[in-house]
Write a protein that binds this ligand. Structure first.
Ligand code: NCD
Length: 311
């Protein structure tokens, strides 16, 4: 029996079953080869309208959602809050209702406030995808991370994944911490105490990077979310690099087979050594970006199937 995705929106990982997640990964897989063709045109979303509402900056997520929608034939429109009536005090919900009146078929929402895409989803008449909400979740990032791990390591079940750096403020961590255990991976959190979540939800936590990454199969590095920190919490960048920066020397000594991942944007010389990030044998950073387009194509396709009358 083909798997039917039972969710209207993609706001977070909690509602997804293991089978829902594996279904999305399987749906994404063929779009990787598709993306490597010269002609990248599929028409399954032809005539549908996709709105991207990014109230926070983005390079990878916004651009890849736009590319994903266009490769599927959708009409994609990007809403620019800086040039909109948001500047005149229009609220998030009024903005969402206004845009919804133009009858989009899917919306992607990024916002600095945790839970904002959920509020939009309650108010509008189309599927909503969370493109990153405050310190909450970033579900398509966790899906693309899982797809990247599965392709590079051949499996997710049984992998030891160390998530390192500013875990507390990272919505990428927020979604990965929920997704990876559903697929049988073991997650460890690594970082200074002030940047680890107050409640680790039963996951092992380490304040020493060497201890935390020892024996890992995947080391996922995260940027310090300066925009979400009180001044001074992070200390000096040089100190941070000395204690928590991932270098080739550390990786070779403690986790010689580990795959290095980073959702971007990375700060070279802070959480990760530039040369290590650039080494495609050790680092999957650009593969994550490529797989991100495939995952977003799968999500846009699957969430609009009902509207298209597709199975
Ligand atoms: C992340 C985000 O915005 O949550 N970037 C991304 O989408 N790949 C990570 C970050 O900002 O550090």
């Amino acid at each position: 029996m083909p798997h039917v995705f039972p969710h209207r929106h993609l706001l977070g990982i909690d509602p997804l079953s293991r089978d829902d997640i594996l279904f999305l990964l399987d749906e994404a897989e063929p779009w990787i080869a598709f993306g490597r063709q010269a002609r990248k045109a599929d028409q399954r979303l032809a005539g549908l309208t996709q709105f991207n509402l990014f109230f926070e900056n983005s390079t990878r997520t916004l651009f890849s959602f736009e590319v994903a929608g266009k490769r599927l034939g959708a009409q994609v429109a990007n809403f620019h809050p800086g040039a909109s009536s948001v500047r005149k005090g229009e609220s998030l919900i009024d903005t969402a209702l206004t845009l919804d009146a133009m009858r989009p078929d899917v919306m992607v929402v990024r916002h600095s406030e945790t839970g904002a895409p959920h509020q939009v989803a309650e108010a509008v008449g189309c599927p909503v995808v969370n493109g990153g909400d405050g310190t909450g979740e970033h579900p398509t990032q966790a899906l693309l991370d899982a797809l990247t791990m599965r392709r590079r390591k051949g499996r997710i079940d049984g992998l030891k994944v160390a998530i390192c750096g500013d875990v507390r403020h990272s919505r990428v961590a927020g979604s990965n911490i929920r997704l990876l255990p559903k697929l049988g991976a073991t997650v460890r959190l690594v970082g200074p105490a002030a940047l680890l979540p107050a409640d680790t939800g039963g996951l092992a936590a380490f304040t020493d990077l060497d201890e935390g990454i020892a024996g890992s199969d995947v080391v996922m590095m995260l940027r310090i979310q300066r925009e979400r920190l009180e001044d001074g919490v992070a200390g000096s960048l040089a100190d941070f690099h000395a204690r928590y920066g991932l270098t080739r020397e550390r990786l070779d000594r403690l986790a010689p087979d580990a795959l290095v991942m980073h959702p971007g944007p990375m700060n070279r010389g802070v959480e990760i050594e530039g040369a290590l990030a650039d080494d495609p044998r050790r680092s999957a950073i650009l593969e994550q970006v490529e797989n991100g387009v495939a995952v977003r194509m799968a999500v846009l396709d699957v969430l609009t199937r009902g509207r298209r009358g597709a199975a």
